[in-house]
Design a protein around this ligand. Structure first.
Ligand code: F6P
Length: 349
């Protein structure tokens, strides 16, 4: 059996741990040949692939990024030519199936390739933790740890200067990172894409803290927006299936708050710092379990499915159930209630 493996979409701590586990499991349990496809679906379109043996995936468990490279612009379904090229290269490399590690965009492409005869198993990947059908994706724990440390660091400098410190996290449509890190890092205000914030309500919290504590720490997800306002889009690409680039809402909020406050308001955008570097031990284990489970699905011939985690249990769902959908923080989530009850403002009036 020959199985291709690729990493698609934005990178994420733990990708190499998945590649290592998929490869070792497939070689170890069914003597499969594993072929690494370079730069996500772009490598399938271009025919850029290489053999992954035991040695090629040794020593990469704790490393950041992906040894295969990734791409979030490539889509074999984009034109008849790219589709024909991808199918031809899969035939030429005699791939019996592909393990595609990626987010909702990658799963949508994987599902779309199925009717064309490509057999694909999906592995969910995103630091945003927003893939439908999966309680926890690897990379999320690492991102939460990085944001938590950042919040703690801005807190001490904010306290020294008597400032309002805003930290912007990733989280395009779902605020899981801001919510969990905000609680772990003792933020005073947490603003999520799921709850439009009221500028006056946030300013009132800061003013009240000006009297008592001198400083305020605000954790805001990049996809958050003010009531009756828009998401802050940094730019739009013209040649990508995923064209929107967010970033900068912390600066927007800074400008909205400053006129209401005596203390200086400062903004920090964490950006890709949250996605780079080594995965936490939790993410290394989760990524290893996901890779191992993907190999089980391949062995059982259960293609067209994505690995999932429900509670502590691994499982799988059809790719079609996942494609193009986001798992957002639901209105009644216990962490939202908990935050409100311990005095954290969610920017509500
Ligand atoms: O989807 C994960 C994510 O981390 C989003 O939170 C963020 O908007 C996006 O990736 C950034 O991706 P890129 O590096 O391609 O701009």
């Amino acid at each position: 059996m020959r199985i291709g493996v690729l990493t698609g979409g934005g990178d994420c701590p733990g990708l190499n741990a998945v590649l290592r586990a998929v490869t070792k499991s497939l070689i170890g349990t069914c003597s499969a040949e594993v072929i690494g496809i370079e730069d996500g679906f772009q490598g399938l379109i271009d025919g850029r692939m290489r053999v992954l043996d035991w040695r090629a995936v040794s020593g990469i468990l704790a490393t950041g990024g992906t040894i295969l490279g990734t791409s979030n612009r490539a889509n074999p379904l984009g034109s008849a030519e790219t589709l024909e090229a991808a199918l031809r290269h899969a035939r030429e490399w005699r791939l019996d199936g592909i393990v595609a590690i990626g987010g909702d965009g990658t799963m949508a492409i994987a599902g779309g390739l199925e009717p064309h005869g490509l057999k694909i198993v999906g592995v969910p990947k995103t630091i945003d933790n927003d893939i439908e059908g999966c309680d926890r994706s690897f990379g999320f724990d690492t991102a939460v740890a990085i944001v938590t440390e950042a919040l703690e660091r801005v807190q001490t400098t904010g306290q020294s200067h008597g400032r309002v410190m805003i930290v912007e996290t990733m989280g395009r449509y779902a605020g899981w990172i801001a919510l969990e890190a905000g609680i772990a890092g003792a933020a005073d205000v947490i603003l999520l894409p799921e709850i439009d914030y009221d500028v006056d309500a946030v300013a009132a919290v800061c003013r009240e803290r000006e009297q008592r504590q001198r400083y305020t720490v605000i954790c805001i997800a990049e996809g958050a927006k003010p009531r009756s306002g828009e998401m802050t889009i940094e730019r739009r690409l013209t040649d990508s299936p995923d064209p929107v680039r967010l970033g900068g809402v912390a600066h927007v909020l800074r400008a909205q708050l400053q006129p209401h406050l005596k203390s200086e308001v400062r903004a920090t955008v964490l950006g890709h710092v949250q996605r780079g570097g080594a995965p936490t031990p939790f993410d290394r284990v989760l990524a290893t379990r996901f890779g191992n489970e993907a190999a089980h699905l391949v062995q059982r011939g259960e293609f067209g499915r994505m690995v999932t985690l429900a509670g502590a249990e691994l499982g799988s769902v059809p790719l079609a159930d996942v494609a193009g959908r986001n798992r957002r923080v639901p209105a009644g989530h216990p962490l939202l209630t908990c935050a409100r009850q311990i005095g954290v403002s969610l920017g509500e009036r």
